[in-house]
Design a protein around this ligand. Structure first.
Ligand code: MN
Length: 422
């Protein structure tokens, strides 16, 4: 499909409303259930989710090699490859377009979004998180190591990453329990095991790998492997992280939970919003250079809502601030021969902009806890119990919006000491 020119009108009239996150141009992929029914694949259109599993079963969708959709994950469709992805979008676009001959057959398979439960949209094979935002790396490096040593010497040459835990990835809406962990003790004292007092968010995008690789791939090949993108909150315990991170990087600080938004926005829906990474400070080696624009212009924001209070937007930034694209990260990931699989999730790294109000973590917003920020009638340095954090993202097209479903998590109080014995 080429680039969409303006709003594609649908007979699902709510999808045509100005600013609606799910117009016909979007068609994001989720997994839903209603009542006691088994979860299955669905696509958001306007205020509804379309039961694409039922459409495939009835032959209204005809995908070579299928069926792919009567399962509680998109992995089978993702693995089928880019031609099948394009056929699915083309068929859905015809079925849902204003004036479609199939409206009467399709309409019974719409369920109001307000009445469905949303689940993880794909089986997360493995999860890798990067550290690829220059403003974020500079801010954090300055706090941890001083301004002169802010960026490690490799930073401008490779997208730095670590292997995270797929088991910790949860869908939006899942409560996140404040962790316990070992933290640095006061001067020369033994470390302490305690509830994290510096629990934080990281505003990120997640790239979802669609087709696998076996051996090194180019940046262009990596881009072609990516099925779509989600919002991602990499919950981070800064006090645990500060003690444990040298020399192998974060471990337990990042293992409590990673929340993703419930809809995968397919790469095809994002095509009109492609943009280039910022100018290179130092030329990359050829195998990591981008052959074309591989970032996206996605406006992002973070809201913090205290228990029983109203939300304050604490950050506004854009995915285009990243120094490395997901395609570059994925290509780098394969250079050693590391096989990549359908369902692998790549976190972009925290997305901070150049200004104070565009920082993507509380660590940066409060400058290590030294500069509390205003939230409602109070202030915050780090997350307090029962705070709800909401990540939002959208692309503004010519007369339409491509929305990502909200990525929401409430932090609930830590359990009693898990090792205490009565
Ligand atoms: Mn992160």
């Amino acid at each position: 499909m080429g680039q969409a020119l303006g709003l594609l009108k649908s007979w699902v009239t709510s999808a045509n409303a100005p600013g609606h996150p799910f117009p016909l141009n979007n068609l994001p992929c989720g997994v839903f259930s209603t009542g006691e029914e088994e979860p299955r694949c669905g696509v958001a259109i306007g205020d509804f989710v379309l039961d694409v599993a039922a459409l495939e079963e009835e032959g209204l969708l005809s995908l070579a090699g299928g069926p792919f959709l009567d399962v509680p994950f998109w992995n089978d469709l993702m693995e089928a490859g880019a031609e099948v992805w394009a056929v699915l979008r083309a068929q859905l676009t015809v079925l849902l377009a204003e004036g479609s001959n199939d409206q009467a057959a399709v309409e019974p398979h719409l369920a109001p979004l307000a009445k469905v439960d949303l689940h993880l949209p794909f089986l997360v094979s493995e999860y890798t998180d990067f550290y690829a935002g220059r403003h974020h790396a500079t801010n954090v490096g300055t706090m941890f190591r001083g301004a002169e040593n802010a960026l490690p010497p490799n930073w401008l040459h490779i997208p730095i990453g670590y292997n995270g835990r797929a088991s910790s990835v949860v869908v939006s809406g899942t409560p996140v329990r404040r962790p316990w962990g070992q933290v640095k003790g006061p001067d020369h004292a033994v470390p302490a095991f305690q509830r994290s007092r510096r629990f934080d968010i990281e505003l990120e995008m997640g790239a979802v790998v669609g087709t696998p690789s076996d051996g090194p791939v180019t940046v262009a090949e990596a881009d072609a492997m990516i099925f779509g993108y989600v919002l991602l909150n990499d919950w981070s315990a800064r006090d645990i992280q500060a003690w444990e991170y040298q020399p192998l990087g974060p471990f337990q600080a990042k293992a409590t939970a990673t929340t993703i938004s419930p809809w995968i926005v397919m790469k095809a829906a994002l095509e009109p919003f492609r943009t280039s990474t910022p100018a290179r400070a130092i030329d990359l080696l050829p195998h990591l250079q981008e052959p074309g624009p591989m970032l996206y212009d996605i406006a992002l924001e973070v809201g913090l809502t205290p228990e029983g209070g109203v939300e304050t937007v604490i950050s506004r930034t854009n995915y285009a601030e990243m120094y490395y694209s997901a395609a570059q990260q994925l290509a780098h990931h394969t250079t050693s021969g590391c096989p990549m699989n359908t369902g692998d999730l790549l976190g972009s790294g925290t997305i901070s902009g150049p200004t104070k109000d565009s920082r993507g973590s509380l660590l940066e917003l409060s400058w290590g806890g030294k500069e509390p920020i205003a939230v409602g009638n109070g202030t915050r340095t780090f997350i307090e119990d029962n705070d709800t954090l909401t990540l939002r993202g959208q692309c503004k097209g010519d007369g339409y919006t491509i929305g990502f479903g909200d990525c929401v998590g409430q932090v609930i109080p830590a359990l009693p000491d898990p090792y205490a014995r009565s």
